[in-house]
Design a protein around this ligand. Structure first.
Ligand code: NAD
Length: 259
């Protein structure tokens, strides 16, 4: 199988895109370390992988807390001895509000989880990846890269643009170590992310724009599924993408081209 002998670490694997990526990598033969804030969520992902005949370890962690991330990496190495694939996926929409209404705490929370969390995930896993090379996939978004029409999403968009910058910068820094670094930029995907989204007066930040009926061309307007993103993550993790590094791949059914 394509990921036989490989160890993958997936953050935010309790639901949505991260869970689908963890399941997909396990189907390909990878041993998968599933990480998210709540033990219950990731135990479910782990059990699902095991029930399908795969191998998984669940470790609860807040990706914005250094000690938590360190512990994840320690547990991964003591259980499986290596890390080949890292999917830095954990993220929140956070508060979407006009800039003069967005509070410092709200700004900080989005930056902490999405950006500091990505930094900590890579900071602590790269030493293990350097031992034999590997693949890092950062889950960014169309927001902040091709799309700037989600009203009030300034903090979120800033983190998502920064994640693509990190992928490009690190693809050069880590190339010599045989580590590829890429980003995926999903459009609207049907997940649980609305549980971690708040909006306050965001309509005040909206620039009226009329999109054609059904603004995701390839599905007639229907959001994508987590599996649509997971398959692209698996491609980037696999040897089929051996010459691909430093690129954002849009997984949005063409949505961002319309916006
Ligand atoms: P989701 O809410 O379904 O899943 C997010 C997962 O991350 C959950 O398991 C949650 O517990 C975990 N998580 C959140 N904060 C965490 C923290 N501090 N530490 C550890 N784990 C944490 O959301 P999703 O839509 O699958 O989002 C995954 C990624 O995809 C995010 O980075 C998001 O920005 C990105 N994305 C989603 C969409 C979409 O439409 N759903 C579009 C573009 C990008």
């Amino acid at each position: 199988m394509e990921f036989d002998g490989k160890v993958a670490l997936v953050t935010g694997a309790g639901s949505g895109i991260g869970k689908a990526a963890a399941v997909r990598l396990a189907e390909g033969g990878a041993k998968v370390v599933v990480v998210s804030r709540t033990q219950e969520e990731i135990d479910e992902t782990r059990d699902e992988i095991k029930a399908a005949g795969g191998d998984a370890l669940s470790v609860a962690a807040d990706v914005s807390e250094q000690d938590d991330v360190k512990n994840v990496v320690e547990q991964t190495l003591s259980t499986y001895g290596r890390i080949d694939i890292v999917v830095a996926n954990a993220g929140i929409n956070g508060m979407w509000a006009p800039i003069d209404d967005l509070k410092v705490d709200e700004w900080d929370k989005t930056i902490r989880v999405n950006l500091r969390g990505t930094y900590l995930t890579l900071h602590h896993t790269v030493p293990a990846l350097k031992k034999q090379g590997g693949s890092i996939i950062i889950v960014s978004s169309i927001n902040g890269n091709r799309t700037f029409t989600s009203p009030g999403a300034t903090a979120y968009s800033a983190t998502k643009a920064a994640q693509v910058a990190m992928a490009q910068q690190l693809s050069l820094e880590l190339g010599d170590d045989g580590i590829r670094v890429n980003a995926v930029c999903p459009g609207a995907i049907d997940t649980e992310i609305s549980d971690n989204s708040q909006q306050r007066n965001s309509d005040e930040a909206e620039v009226p724009a009329e999109f054609p009926e059904g603004d995701i061309p390839i599905t007639g307007g229907k959001p994508g599924e987590s599996k649509d993103v997971a398959d692209v993550i698996a491609f980037l993790a696999s040897d089929a993408a051996r010459h691909v590094t430093g690129v954002p791949i849009y997984v949005d059914g063409g949505q961002s081209l319309l916006r």
